[in-house]
Design a protein around this ligand. Structure first.
Ligand code: F6R
Ligand code: MG
Ligand code: MG
Length: 367
């Protein structure tokens, strides 16, 4: 019997929003959905927003990096950008950095995460989308969810996970190709930690089971400033995680988001802020933030997606959101000082560099 593999493709971009970098209009989202539907190319899809970004999740059997699928994602986002222009939305077409589609959306601006697999009898998975932050925002939650029994009790309790997982980590500072390293946990746990502490440079790209070799995770690793040559916005990453059975349980994957760890992004993509787990279609607010992450849960069966469920729409996360708000206020109290603002290389705007350049000429060395 030949099994047809299922591919999940998640393509996301900011193509315009209302009242600043806040939330796309209903018309824009409607246009993106209508384009995907009318194409007839994918069996099953789901369109949602997180902050100012629109995400398109597609289930199909054409495999990863498929030109038809990527073109569909690009065209749908372009359709959204057209509506944004018609409506006078802010930042219309912002993340569509290329003039035209050329084979694959990777490197053209949108964020992409894809996984291909033979469906298990039940195939549950979670789709994360974050706004006002970069791909390294997933480093800590993925490390804790897949490698730390403090969050993943299955590492102790389930024989299916006893051999742990393989992390594929990308050096996103390398721009002339994909520079990656494969490390296994538990064996290489400390080496993994050494890399993942640097969220701006080393980013988890994928995770596989050490027992079955099956892929559990795919993260979009796009760095917009590496594509555009200069900073054009934070990268607002997406991530797909297959859950249950040989993979962590849904709740084990969600558990680290209770920390609301500090990530890069926030106002002007140039600050440090806590990652707040939010409901689907959440807007952006305080100080163009705080950085947010949404989590949609699905099952896929014979290539068809179930309805989406909103995993952060639960009373527990209201409590966590208050904690994130406290952490946001705490760090904002120190404004531009020290760790509240990012280092020179991560600033989204060139203004400070220019100012420092001018000031440099005014410095004198006292005799
Ligand atoms: C951060 C972000 C916003 C903008 C800010 C200024 O990634 O999108 O914080 O940087 O609203 O936006 P512009 O420069 O478009 O006026
Ligand atoms: Mg934006
Ligand atoms: Mg965004």
């Amino acid at each position: 019997m030949v099994f047809i593999k299922t591919t999940l493709s998640l393509i996301k971009a900011d193509v315009g929003s209302i009242a600043g970098h806040v939330v796309p209009s209903k018309e824009l989202v409607k246009a993106v959905k209508a384009h995907v539907k009318s194409s007839g190319i994918v069996k099953s899809y789901y369109v949602f927003t997180t902050g100012d970004d629109v995400s398109i999740l597609m289930a199909h059997n054409k495999g990863k990096d498929n030109e038809d699928i990527h073109k569909l994602g690009w065209d749908a986002l372009e359709r959204g950008a057209e509506v944004a222009k018609e409506q006078g939305l802010y930042g219309a077409g912002q993340d569509l950095l290329a003039d035209a589609f050329s084979g694959n959306v990777k490197g053209l601006g949108p964020a992409v995460a894809e996984i291909e697999f033979e469906e298990r009898p039940n195939e549950p998975f979670v789709v994360f989308a974050a706004d006002k932050t970069d791909p390294g925002a997933y480093n800590l939650p993925l490390y804790l969810g897949f490698a730390d029994p403090m969050h993943n009790s299955g590492l102790m309790l389930s024989p299916k996970m006893k051999k742990g997982f393989k992390f594929t980590i990308m050096d996103v500072a390398h721009t002339t190709g994909d520079k990656i390293i494969e490390l296994k946990c538990p064996e290489d746990l400390y080496d993994i930690a050494c890399l993942l502490r640097d969220n701006q440079r080393y980013v988890v790209e994928s995770i596989h089971s050490n027992i079955t070799g099956e892929q559990a995770v795919s993260v979009s690793t796009t760095r917009l400033h590496n594509i555009a040559g200069k900073y054009t916005g934070k990268d607002d990453p997406v991530c797909i995680v297959r859950v249950q059975g040989e993979f962590p349980a849904t709740g084990e994957i969600l558990s680290p988001y209770e920390i609301c760890h500090y990530v890069a992004g926030f106002m002007r993509g140039s600050h440090t802020g806590p990652l707040m787990p939010v409901r689907s279609h959440s807007t952006i607010s305080f100080f163009d933030g705080p950085p947010i992450v949404s989590a949609h849960g699905f099952c896929v069966h014979n290539g068809v997606l179930t309805e989406a469920i909103d995993l952060f729409d639960h009373p527990f996360w209201d409590h966590v959101r208050n904690k994130a708000a406290d952490k946001a206020i705490n760090i904002r109290e120190q404004g531009f000082s020290g760790n509240a603002m990012l280092g020179m290389n991560e600033l989204e705007y060139g203004g400070i560099k220019e100012k420092l350049g001018k000031l440099e000429k005014k410095f004198i060395v006292r005799k």
